[in-house]
Design a binder for this molecule. Structure first.
Ligand code: ADP
Ligand code: MG
Length: 254
């Protein structure tokens, strides 16, 4: 694989006296799909949220496609970027949440065109053409004019994915994208994610779907207590984990 797309270099973060990320080092290659697994409270969401600077890091650095996220360096100091520049960085980093976070008063189509029109300044007609294509791609050609409340959870999550894709992100971050779904709706969302992975999008996926992680992800990072305990190919992590902590976690979720 080519140059790293996302680099975590000695990243640490705490809330008050509690360390939630402790010296995280991780490089994610362009086109790589990596899954973050680990017990509740281990720091998976926090790690994702740091990538688009929804959380501040206290030590270390995160770069996306070579660009330092959230800060600029002045000598040895890091100054936080003004909100406008953070917003520009975020525009290239898509995020898909457990609870979809769609605009409830907007149709599927309007949800997808919102950011391209208002953040990127795309002409409405062009944004609509693009959104139409994206909604077709996630299997929602017949739901363009539907409001979120008229859609199933799986359909809402696919709208959310189309909305993220509309910004042509360099990376896509998924935080438990199927955890809020009824079991029979999980597959349709995973299928969309599988096709994005096959197309070469760089993705970080927090998930409890172990079979998806095994089949689709290039690597699995197991987190516990704010640390990446081990990280490797799915066959290594699932079949011969090096650490007792990983083995113990996997025995509970399998
Ligand atoms: P995970 O996604 O792996 O369940 P999180 O990243 O959500 O873990 O949380 C990691 C730790 O940080 C947990 O102990 C959680 O309670 C704590 N935490 C998360 N967000 C906050 C916050 N805004 N303020 C204080 N503590 C937080
Ligand atoms: Mg979480």
């Amino acid at each position: 694989m080519s140059h790293p797309m996302i680099v975590f270099d000695r990243v640490s973060k705490s809330y008050g006296s509690m360390t939630v990320l402790n010296d995280i080092n991780l490089e994610i290659a362009t086109g790589e799909v990596i899954s973050l697994i680990g017990p509740s409270g281990s720091g998976k969401s926090t790690l994702l949220r740091c990538v688009n600077h929804l959380e501040r890091i206290e030590r270390g650095s995160i770069t996306v496609d070579g660009e330092l996220i959230g800060y600029r360096r002045v000598g040895n100091l890091a100054h936080e970027l003004p909100e406008k520049l953070v917003a520009r960085q975020r525009a290239g980093i898509g995020m898909v949440f457990q609870n979809f976070n769609l605009f409830g008063h907007k149709t599927a189509l309007e949800n997808v065109i919102e950011a391209p029109v208002h953040v990127r300044g795309l002409a409405r007609r062009d944004a609509e053409a693009q959104a139409t294509a994206l909604l077709e791609r996630v299997g929602l050609a017949d739901k363009m004019q539907s409001y979120p409340r008229m859609l199933s959870g799986g359909q809402q999550q696919r709208v959310a994915i189309a909305r993220a894709l509309a910004m042509k992100p360099k990376v896509l971050l998924f935080d438990e994208p199927t955890s809020a779904l009824d079991p029979e709706l999980v597959g349709e969302v995973l299928d969309v994610m599988r096709s994005l992975a096959a197309e070469g999008l760089t993705m970080m996926v927090v998930t409890h779907e172990m079979s998806f992680a095994r089949e689709v992800c290039n690597r699995i990072a197991f987190m516990q207590a704010g640390e990446i305990v081990e990280c490797g190919a799915p066959s290594e992590i699932f079949d011969k984990p090096a650490f007792q902590r990983t083995r113990s976690f996997l025995s509970k979720v399998h």
